[in-house]
Design a protein around this ligand. Sequence first.
Ligand SMILES: Cc1cc2nc3c(=O)[nH]c(=O)nc-3n(C[C@H](O)[C@H](O)[C@H](O)COP(=O)(O)O)c2cc1C
Ligand SMILES: [Fe+2]
Ligand SMILES: [Fe+2]
Length: 396
Amino acid sequence: MKPVKVADGVWWVGAVDWDTRNFHGYSTMRGSTYNAYLIIDDKITLIDTVKAPFFNEMMARVSEVVDPAKIDIVVSNHVEMDHSGALPLLMEKLPRAAVYTSPQGEKGLRLHYKQDWDFHTVKTGDVLNIGRRNLAFVSTPMVHWPDNMLTYCPEEKILFSNDAFGEHLASAERFADEVSLGVVEEEAAKYYANIVMPYGAQTQKALAAAAGLDIGIIAPSHGLIWRRDVPTVVGWYKKWSADQPENKAVVVYDSMWHSTETMALRVGDALERAGVPAKMCNLKTTHVSDIMTAVLFSKFIFVGSPTLNNGIMPTVSQFLTYLAGLAPKNRVGFAFGSYGWGGQSVGIVDKIMREAGVEMLDSVRIQYIPDEAQLQSLSAHVEQGVRPYLGTSQTE
Ligand SMILES: Cc1cc2nc3c(=O)[nH]c(=O)nc-3n(C[C@H](O)[C@H](O)[C@H](O)COP(=O)(O)O)c2cc1C
Ligand SMILES: [Fe+2]
Ligand SMILES: [Fe+2]
């Protein structure tokens, strides 16, 4: 297991998880990596660790650079177990090593591992000298948990950004400039949409704090390391965290006997007529975490469900629960669906989306199988509904 040199004396010693396809509910079709970084200085420092099953892989890489028993300091930027899982195994071998983390990080690590390690808490502005180099800490609460922080090494101009600027992407390459930028952008957007989206305001604060740093390399905790294209990934984060989606749509639906599906296809067609590109997301075939990537770029979120046993379909319920948690801002929604008698589904979808902060167009429900006149009326309703939200260039 070879370590990868990031700068003189700074090594990637993480692990590649080629096999993971489900990361706490997020579909990770390209796998992931857990990135740990080793700095060789007077005090030998490890920044973050890996998921517990990858402990041996990390240690094999560390051992190629230095005897792991010589590690003096472990910096824990984030408590979540994809980065701290290997810490108990590591600390068994390093009983005297110091653990530097945020105050919330210490609390979280104690609650996870019930160990009384030599904790040192740090906050924004604190600087730790490790010899020739310094490590400066910047607290970034809620990007992704309350304990998150960034570690910056001014001598190397490296920002160890943990979950920020990362993506779930297993690869043989370690640097973003070695792979297709389109693939990295897609996976970084998916990561932002599914992990970071609720914390747009906090992300903007973290970006403001990082703006004062001279950054040559961003070394995140998942996926690829940024050396040539730092402004590219920072630009993506600026754009995504501004919550100003494009005039695009996602049409999300499920259907038992195709009536709601027929409505969905007509809704998609109407959106295109209004000049709004629409991505069709059948919940039978599309994973909610992929839908969220499209939601990141889309102002319009239109959701269809037939009525099933006085309610909505479980797949639609699952999507709406996930959507409400990720709470995209500045979105316009629309609920539609077919029904047989009670017809509650459309009202339920509308209510959940309103409560999630989505501005809703008037909903439409159709009894049993829609006829052409009803579909034309649905189409006109959608076209008229979206027009006020489009720039004048797209209206006629
Ligand atoms: C298992 C099942 C349960 C249903 N429960 C209800 C219900 O409680 N209330 C209602 O209005 N319609 C109910 N329906 C009728 C459907 O909503 C109706 O057939 C609708 O047209 C189906 O739309 P779809 O083709 O998009 O699946 C039910 C249908 C099925 C198959
Ligand atoms: Fe995390
Ligand atoms: Fe993570």
